[in-house]
Design a protein around this ligand. Sequence first.
Ligand code: UDX
Length: 389
Amino acid sequence: MLRSAVKKKRIEFTTDIGRIRDGQTTFVTVGTPSNEDGSINLSFVKKATEDIGASIRNSEGYHLVVVKSTVVPGTTSRVVRPILESSSGRPCGDQLGLCSNPEFLAEGAAIKGTLRPDKIVIGAEDDESRNTLAKLYKRIYKGKKVATITTNPTTAETIKYASNSFLATRVSTINTIADICQRVPSADIETVSKAVGLDPRIGPLYLKAGPGYGGSCFHKDLQALIAFGQSIGYDPILLSAVEEVNQRQANEVVRMSQNLLGSLNDRRIAVLGLAFKKDTDDIREAASIRVIDQLLKNGASVSAYDPMATENARKVLPEQVSFATELGGCVKGTDCCIVMTEWDEFRKLSPRDLRTMNAQNIVDARRILDRSKFQGFNYVAVGLGSAKP
Ligand code: UDX
């Protein structure tokens, strides 16, 4: 899609910030990383706003600025607006529009999320800003019905954090139940999730137990909301618990391998999958990093394999980790393999693929293997009750 758009000259890229003047609407999509204490770092948003304001300062005509970056409630009105007004030399409402318009794209599904969004959220400072952005989306989605929520910027910003808080809470809730199942012989989280998800009040999505959530958003956004809450005199302890459960889920995975092997000292462990989810090379906040860190601390040696994420992982994991270019090389001579990412390649694993292992131990942290194929293996899995809790 990108190649064809470039070819048709429907998109171009420039480092010349002054080109903003040629357009009528500017979207701010810069990153909002965490400060050391977890609070949001708005320096890129501030800089972008200043640059936009400066470049439209001497231009004529209406210009709409849209904040798409994830920012804590109140940022667009209380931080972006004053910077924009002073750098552009015009007040909002007078030839200058301002909206918050959060995005809800998930990695690996960005095109689907863009073409068929479940909603558009427009948080506008005034009527003209709202109408201008609504018209733009109407042109993009002509003929398609897309639910559009129009509100003020602060509520729009809150919607984004509420979404990620809910999703992360669901994952930590199901992982909590999985950790209980784990300790009760014959309880199985997969059947629990399936049944629970049939309740229309709950629904089936984000109920897959695993090694804990990763990615660039959930952890960062929850930390930002916790810090923001605290800064306004409210400690959102539920969200802190969601984060703590998520951190601890890595210990569960390591504990399962300890149950199989006893001490991990001098044991060789194969980690299958490094990416925080399949179909991406992204290892930011990936559970694999937390698990590998603990395996190494317990004296194990680790070989890792991922179809896409190896290069990125190499940059952040300690030198002791060896990286294999294919699955066979990764499992060879190991005492246990841990499935950390739900890649389709791993879903199809058979005992033949693992024949060169030194011992037949599997930890399925994603619940993707067909257990019936692995007779003769010691198979343990997240949320699958075992005789030895
Ligand atoms: C997320 C939100 O989905 C998206 O709306 C927001 O804009 C950005 O953050 P993303 O980080 O790309 O998107 O990943 P997502 O698919 O939501 O998964 C996040 C993590 O949760 C992954 O590590 C995934 O493996 C884990 N997860 C998800 C589970 O462990 N169980 C589930 O049932 C669902």
